[in-house]
Design a protein around this ligand. Structure first.
Ligand code: SF4
Length: 67
């Protein structure tokens, strides 16, 4: 498991945005940790059409904290 901090995909509202109620995504947000190999799609409007897949510890300037 890897620990996550603000600015990383696992804690971003765009991470897996179209299925954000998935239990594993909720677990990642609440525990602020994720399996090292966990990947999901980024739903940021600027890249959503590209189906960009990122690890939970990736990040970018589009970060917005998940509720
Ligand atoms: S790539 Fe950027 S916008 Fe997409 S989930 Fe990660 S931090 Fe959020």
């Amino acid at each position: 498991m890897i620990s996550l901090t603000d600015g990383q995909c696992g804690l971003c509202k765009h991470y897996g945005e179209d299925h954000s109620d998935q239990p594993q995504l909720i677990q990642i947000r609440t525990s602020k940790s994720a399996p090292e190999d966990f990947k999901d799609t980024c739903g940021h409007p600027q890249v959503e059409p590209l189906q960009l897949t990122v690890t939970a510890d990736s990040g970018c300037q589009g970060f917005e904290a998940a509720a």
